[in-house]
Write a protein that binds this ligand. Structure first.
Ligand SMILES: [Zn+2]
Ligand SMILES: [Zn+2]
Length: 571
């Protein structure tokens, strides 16, 4: 079974957790955490790099020992150290570590003093009102803990970035199968959602048996749940369920539309068909018993009087009305992007030096790149103070670049009171300033709103980074008045970011739409921490496409001269 980077990163994280529970050397724990980060940020599959004979110990934070572990995981799907560590702790204990407010020390205490080693035992003890010596059974931490325990049963959705290489591999495998003329993953994946619950694979073939066989013997299949003549359902080793349907070519377009959804969009289109005296289902569009369309989606749309609606818009959020009125937007594409203003180097927590990041940006086809390393804040080990920022400015001036322009920026922390963590004089020398919240995510709504408004009022602030502060499956979005923030950004001529990190995708689609309708342009930022980070721009852009954004709605589609003028006007 092929091992993806996410699997390797998860194993390293788990090893770090287990080492923490075992009270191991802090340096060793950090090494595994850092390795997990590096592997996760690497956009090429390490299994492919190994197969190509690359040396992995050139990766940041990966020495010979960790490179050996990666090779072991790729070869065997697991790691002897992990098994050994697991055997040394009670079952369930690592899950306790994932709950908010529970560090390794407290988890060990829960075991030693109360015999608690699983989340279920903890939940029961809390429900009985037991005093567990947690600093907070009565305070906010207690409430957060209870909420997190309650969330345990919520299904975790798979990040699009994790599902994407699997979807591509499945499509390629099916397309290479005898008799198959098309293979597409439909569903929420095709609509560009940031997470997926499962994958719906649709195949066009007149020989379904061969397609079913190829699907069920895919090397990542852990379990075949159902297997019929034209459909099958499996669960992959990662836990992701995948459904396959095989349809004849004459039905493929109708089936693709049907399985792409969403449900309410489909209902609306079906009603349009009914009004025209037709019947639409996954087999085609019928007048009586005669199929009049179905081979392509375009045919189906045309037959009900609509132009082709891009999958990203099919949420019944006004796309049908827009299509009927001939007002469908020309959605922004990766080719429209001229630059990227959110890029880190090894001066803060990036993994590559300035020159390498600039070269990578140029190789990604960008005309300008903005360097925006972190400010020094709250004892962060990797932030830049005013002096370091000035030195970076000199290094940028001294850089001999051709074919790309380098802009000077910073990702400055927004303190809890809304002030910025660098002096105004340091910010004044830059081309633009990105403000970002990295702390105090759980302030009450009013205070969080005031904090963001005050930051936007700062005359030097140009872009508000990852405004929601969410980390998918890890941290909920911050609670604040987004309407007020968007309105203030519009007033101030500031911009909101669409951050392309796979677990952020922040702003989310509905907020992108709010910004668009207020005329606030989005800065699409890769937040690249390594040379392969620019590959995140294209999937990140899906949030903007789902929001109906055109190139004109995006700040970073502007050519350099216009961008400079707009940035200068914003400060
Ligand atoms: Zn950030
Ligand atoms: Zn960043």
């Amino acid at each position: 079974m092929p091992v993806h980077n996410e699997t390797i990163a998860a194993i390293f994280d788990e090893i770090a957790d287990l080492l923490e529970l075992g009270d191991a050397n802090a340096f060793r724990i950090r090494a595994y955490r850092r390795a997990a980060q590096t592997v996760r940020a690497h956009t090429r599959e390490l299994k492919d790099e190994l197969a190509a004979g690359r040396d992995l110990d050139a990766l940041p934070g990966i020495g010979a020992d960790l490179a050996g572990k990666i090779a072991e995981i790729v070869r065997t799907g697991s790691c002897a150290l992990l098994k050994e560590l697991k055997a040394g702790v009670p079952r369930g204990q690592p899950q306790l570590l994932k709950l908010p407010g529970l560090g390794a020390k407290r988890v060990r205490e829960l075991h030693a003093r109360h015999g608690i080693t699983t989340p279920a035992q903890l939940e029961r003890a809390l429900a009985k009102g037991k005093a567990l010596g947690l600093p907070a059974a009565t305070t906010a931490t207690g409430a957060r803990l209870a909420a997190a325990l309650g969330r345990r049963s919520e299904p975790v959705r798979t990040l699009r970035a994790v599902a994407a290489p699997i979807a591509a591999a499945l499509e390629a495998r099916l397309r290479a199968t005898r008799g198959v003329t098309a293979a597409v993953v439909a569903g929420s994946f095709r609509r560009g959602r940031e997470t997926v619950g499962d994958l719906d694979l649709l195949v066009s073939s007149e020989a379904p048996a061969a397609a079913i066989e190829a699907f069920c013997s895919f090397d990542e299949v852990a379990e075949v749940v159902a297997r019929g003549r034209t459909r099958a359902a499996v669960v992959l080793a990662s836990g992701l369920p995948v459904d396959l349907r095989v349809v004849p070519a004459a039905s493929f377009g109708a089936a693709l539309h049907y399985f792409t959804g969403n449900k309410t969009h489909n209902i609306r289109v079906r009603q349009l068909a009914q009004r025209a005296g037709l019947k639409l289902n996954e087999y085609g569009l019928f007048r009586g018993s005669r199929r009049i369309a179905g081979a392509t989606e375009e045919q189906v749309f045309r037959a009900v009087g609509l132009p082709f609606i891009p999958p990203e818009l099919r949420e019944d959020r006004g796309e049908i009305e827009a299509a009927q009125a001939g007002r469908l937007p020309q959605l922004v594409t990766r080719a429209d992007l001229k630059g990227d203003l959110h890029v880190h180097t090894d001066a803060s927590d990036g993994t590559a030096p300035l020159g390498a990041m600039v070269a990578a940006a140029r190789a990604a086809g960008l005309a300008y790149v903005g360097i925006a390393d972190h400010s020094k804040f709250l004892g962060a080990t990797h932030g830049l103070d005013a002096a370091a920022l000035a030195r970076q400015g000199e290094a940028i001036d001294a850089l001999a670049t051709r074919g790309i322009t380098v802009l000077k920026g910073v990702e400055v922390d927004i303190r809890e009171d809304g002030s910025l963590a660098l002096p105004d004089a340091a910010l004044a020398s830059l081309d633009y300033v990105i403000g970002a919240v990295h702390t105090a995510f759980t302030l009450p709504e009013r205070r969080q709103t005031e904090r963001l408004l005050r930051a936007l009022d700062h005359p030097r602030l140009t872009i508000l980074a990852h405004p929601r502060g969410r980390l998918l499956n890890e941290r909920p979005p911050m609670t604040f008045d987004m309407n007020a923030v968007v309105a203030r950004a519009a007033e101030r001529g500031a911009f909101l970011e669409l951050n392309c990190q796979p677990a952020r995708l922040d702003l989310p689609d509905v907020d992108c739409e709010l910004a668009r309708t207020h005329g606030v342009r989005l800065a699409v930022g890769s937040d690249a921490h390594g040379t392969d980070g620019f590959a995140l721009l294209e999937p990140g852009l899906l949030q903007a496409r789902r929001a109906g954004c055109t190139a004109a709605d995006i700040l970073t589609t502007l050519p350099l001269a216009k961008l400079r003028a707009v940035l200068a006007a914003a400060r």
